[in-house]
Ligand binder design. Structure first.
Ligand code: A3P
Length: 288
C-alpha cells in the first residue's frame, strides 16, 4: 500500500502516474493565456467536463465534434497536467492553441504562469459525500490506488487526509481563495446534471465560443452519461465501467451510516460551509 503512493509537499500522489521530477518540471511550465484549463478534485466529474471542453474547442476551430478531423492523435498529450513524464511540458510547447489541460492539483501547486497569464479556468466541484462514494469505488477498481476492504476504512482515510491528491475539504478551501478571480468560472457537478444545456452554454460564453442551437445540442448529447459510457471502450479501453459508474447524485446514501454522515457535516461546516464555494455546493440539498 505504501508503495502505491508517495508524498510531495505534504500531499499524496499515485506513484505509477506521478513523480517528483514531473512536479518539479511543472513549476516552470508556461501556460498560455488562451489555454483552456479544467481544475477538479478526483471523481468530481473531470472526464465529463473535459469531454464538453474538447467539443467546444473543436467548435471554436470550426470542426465538427467527434469527426475524424476533430482529433489529431499526433498532437495529443496526456491532458492531466501532473500525470506523465517530466519531458511532457517540453512536448506541449509544440502543441497548437488552445491546449486543454486538466488538473487535480491545488492552486498553490500549479505553475505560477497560470495565474500570471490569466488563462481561463473552469473549476469543477461536487458534493463531498458523492465524491467520497465515487472515490471509494474507483480506488477498488483501479490498481494504481490502494484498495479498501471496507467502506469504513476508506471513509477514515478520506477524512484524515490519506487520499491521493490530498484532502477534498482542504482542496475546496484552498480553491476558495481563488473563487473570485475573473478568469475562473466555478461550476458544480450537480448543476451540470440538473441543466446540461444551460451549463454548456455558460461554459461556452465564458470561454468566448459562439454556439449555434444545433452545436449546443450536439455537445449536450455527446456528453450525456449514456453516450460517454457507450463510447468508453474507445476513450477508456477496459476501464470504461470504472470511469463511468453511476453518473448521478446522492449515491452516498447507499454507503454512509449516520455517524459518518454527521462527521462529514461537521467537517464541512468547519472547513468550507460559509464560503463562496461552500454555498455554491448547496450542501443541505445534496448532502442531507
Ligand atoms: P460516480 O462514481 O458517482 O458514478 P472523474 O471523471 O473526475 O473521475 O469523475 C468520475 C465521476 O463522474 C463518476 O461518478 C462518473 O460516473 C461521473 N461521470 C462521468 N461522466 C459523466 C457524465 N457524462 N454525466 C454524469 N456523470 C458522469
Amino acid at each position: 500500500r505504501d508503495e502505491l503512493l508517495f508524498s510531495y509537499k505534504g500531499i499524496l500522489y499515485p506513484t505509477t502516474v506521478c513523480s517528483p521530477e514531473t512536479f518539479k518540471a511543472l513549476e516552470s511550465f508556461e501556460v498560455r493565456r488562451n489555454d483552456v484549463i479544467l481544475a477538479g478534485y478526483p471523481k468530481s466529474g473531470t472526464n465529463w467536463l473535459s469531454q464538453i471542453l474538447t467539443d467546444l474547442i473543436a467548435i471554436s476551430q470550426k470542426k465538427t465534434p467527434g469527426s475524424e478531423s476533430s482529433v489529431n492523435a499526433e498532437e495529443e498529450e496526456e491532458p492531466y497536467l501532473e500525470i506523465g513524464d517530466a519531458e511532457k511540458y517540453e512536448r506541449m510547447t509544440k502543441l497548437p492553441s488552445p491546449r486543454l489541460m486538466v488538473t487535480h492539483l491545488r492552486p498553490e501547486n500549479l505553475p505560477k504562469s497560470i495565474f500570471q497569464n490569466k488563462a481561463k479556468m473552469l473549476l469543477l466541484i461536487r458534493n463531498p459525500k458523492d465524491v467520497a462514494t465515487s472515490y471509494y469505488h474507483f480506488s477498488n477498481g483501479l490498481a494504481l490506488l490502494p484498495s479498501y476492504e471496507t467502506w469504513d476504512d476508506f471513509f477514515t482515510d478520506f477524512m484524515t487526509k490519506k487520499m491521493a491528491w490530498g484532502c477534498y475539504l482542504e482542496y475546496l478551501s484552498e480553491w476558495n481563495k481563488y473563487a473570485d478571480k475573473e478568469n475562473i468560472m466555478t461550476i458544480t457537478y450537480e448543476e451540470v446534471k440538473e441543466n446540461p444545456a444551460l451549463s454548456v452554454k455558460n461554459i461556452a460564453t465564458f470561454f468566448g465560443i459562439p454556439l449555434t442551437e444545433e452545436q449546443l445540442q450536439l455537445v449536450v448529447e455527446r456528453s450525456s452519461f449514456q453516450s460517454m459510457k457507450k463510447n468508453s471502450d474507445k476513450t477508456h479501453g477496459s476501464f470504461g465501467n470504472i470511469f463511468f459508474r453511476k453518473g448521478g447524485v446522492s449515491d452516498w446514501k447507499n454507503l454512509f451510516n449516520e455517524d459518518q454522515s454527521k462527521r462529514m457535516d461537521k467537517a464541512f461546516e468547519e472547513h468550507i460551509a460559509g464560503t463562496k464555494l461552500g454555498k455554491k455546493l448547496k450542501y443541505d440539498l445534496y448532502c442531507k
